[in-house]
Write a new protein. Structure first.
Lengths: 163, 312
């Protein structure tokens, strides 16, 4: 289990780095929500370890690194991981396409929450490309899933999870 | 080990508690700004990641510098020497004018000018919230950076520090949609407030009447009101003045003077509070004034700035 946790931690750190990596100006608004994607995978694979508490902490770290209000990303991330958590058995047997659709809806909801908070503070940004990350995250989900699954299978010592 | 039954509180219960906690946190953070210690602790966790992301870029610049040929270095050096000489000539004049100004102010019994202390800080190349104009600096509370501290570059005001970590700090640029800076038109002395527009190259001057004396090309400088920014630093140049008929206010846009999206290095500014008039009357010689810039003054200044640490 320790080995799996370690690979989990490394992938989450990787996701954080991708989340803050400088991109060219035109690409900034298309950046997939890496931290949410990676946490969704681990919440599906290890619901007993990766749950809403981990998601909340990760959300707070995301808030600190983005300079947003404390709890703004955290509340969205908690809700997303909660849905994944209670539905993980169904999601595991779903096809990649079906998973991607669910994730599209969840990430849209998370972004809507973040936008909602900004709106309440009276500084809502232009809506133009605001929901682009929902689309790019959905497109990147199959690859994220396959890469993380292969990583987990390669480094995992336990055998009783087959997904 | 995998257990058959879930132990501890159910996921639903935890979700409800954490959502409530997040809402409480957001409220506290927004209304009272009292979560800075949590933020600064968590930012120390994030800092190694940010540093690692920045490292390749830093290496690239370093390699660029160390690989440049002797010829180009010599040329650069010569260019700098010429510019240095020019600057020194101008500085001589400035020095005399400053002394004269001090004498005149003293004659008037006015409060002496504030002086500034500067520290160079590098911008760490990471992306923050794409819908805000924030930058990350590599100096934090270990270098006495404080919340609300102004940052400038060689050309003008860039913004102010909003969150302070131990090794790093986050600064908001003057063009952020939630930022406002008190300014003055250099030509006429007209006071106004320049609001950020959310675009990197635009500030808005709202609530100025139709008949206001302002035109394209006017320089805006900080007025020093609000006690966050030091007075008389260039902020922006008026780029557009429209006076639409039938509206109470003119539409005025300005372009920031500082290179907000190009600078790699910024200057953090500490203000030395002006001494009171009777104190100033005693310390007229230059040596005394130099002494006044040392330690105890800074302590007092820190207290003051903490008290007024709120954003505009």
């Amino acid at each position: 289990m320790n080995k799996t946790l370690r690979i989990g931690l490394i992938t989450v750190i990787g996701a954080f780095m991708l989340a803050i990596m400088p991109l060219p100006d035109w690409a900034v608004e298309f950046r997939p929500d890496w931290v949410t994607l990676v946490l969704i995978y681990w919440a599906m694979a290890f619901p007993s370890r990766i749950g809403v508490s981990v998601a909340w902490f990760a959300g707070l770290l995301l808030d600190v690194s983005y300079g947003t209000l404390m709890g703004q990303h955290a509340v969205g991330l908690v809700l997303v991981i909660y849905v994944i958590h209670i539905q993980h058995q169904r999601l595991r047997v779903a096809s990649l396409l079906q998973q991607a659709i669910v994730i599209c809806v969840l990430i849209f909801m998370k972004q809507l929450l973040v936008l909602w908070v900004d709106g309440m503070l009276g500084r809502a940004p232009d809506i133009g490309l605001y929901f682009m990350p929902t689309i790019t995250s959905t497109l990147f989900w199959p690859w994220t899933y396959l890469i993380l699954r292969d990583l987990r299978r390669k480094f995992s010592v336990e055998k009783h999870y087959q997904y | 080990m995998q257990t058959l039954f879930i132990r501890g509180p159910s996921a639903t219960f935890r979700m409800v508690v954490l959502v409530a906690a997040s809402i409480a946190l957001m409220n506290v953070d927004h209304r009272w700004h009292s979560l800075e210690f949590v933020r600064s602790t968590l930012s120390s966790v994030i800092y190694p990641l940010q540093y690692t992301i920045d490292l390749p870029i830093r290496l690239f610049y370093w390699a660029n510098e160390s690989m440049s040929s002797q010829q180009s270095l010599l040329e650069k050096n010569r260019e700098f020497e010429v510019r240095h000489l020019e600057n020194r000539v101008q500085l001589q004049k400035l020095d005399i004018i400053e002394k004269e100004n001090d004498r005149l102010r003293h004659l008037l019994g006015a409060i002496p000018k504030t002086t500034e202390r500067l520290l160079i800080s590098e911008i760490i190349n990471v992306d923050l919230d794409p819908y805000k104009q924030l930058i990350l600096l590599n100096k934090g509370s270990s270098s006495d950076v404080y919340q609300g501290q102004p940052i400038i570059d060689a050309l003008g005001i860039m913004g102010q520090v909003v969150h302070v970590g131990v090794m790093s700090s986050t600064a908001m640029l003057i063009t952020d949609a939630s930022h406002a800076i008190p300014v003055q038109v250099n030509r006429t002395g007209l006071r106004a407030i320049a609001y950020g527009s959310g675009k990197i190259d635009q500030l808005n001057l709202r609530y100025l009447t139709q008949n206001v004396d302002i035109k394209v090309g006017d320089l805006l400088i900080t007025s020093g009101l609000g006690e966050v920014f030091p007075a008389n630093f260039p902020v922006a140049i008026i780029s557009k003045v429209e006076r639409p008929a039938g509206e109470p206010f003119a539409h005025i846009e300005a372009k920031p003077h500082a290179q907000l999206d190009k600078s790699r290095e910024v200057l953090l500014v500490w203000r030395n509070e002006p001494e009171l008039i009777n104190e100033a009357a005693k310390n007229t010689t230059d040596e005394d004034k130099d002494k006044a810039q040392s330690e105890p003054q800074e302590e007092k200044e820190k207290d003051l700035t903490q008290r007024r640490g709120n954003r505009e």
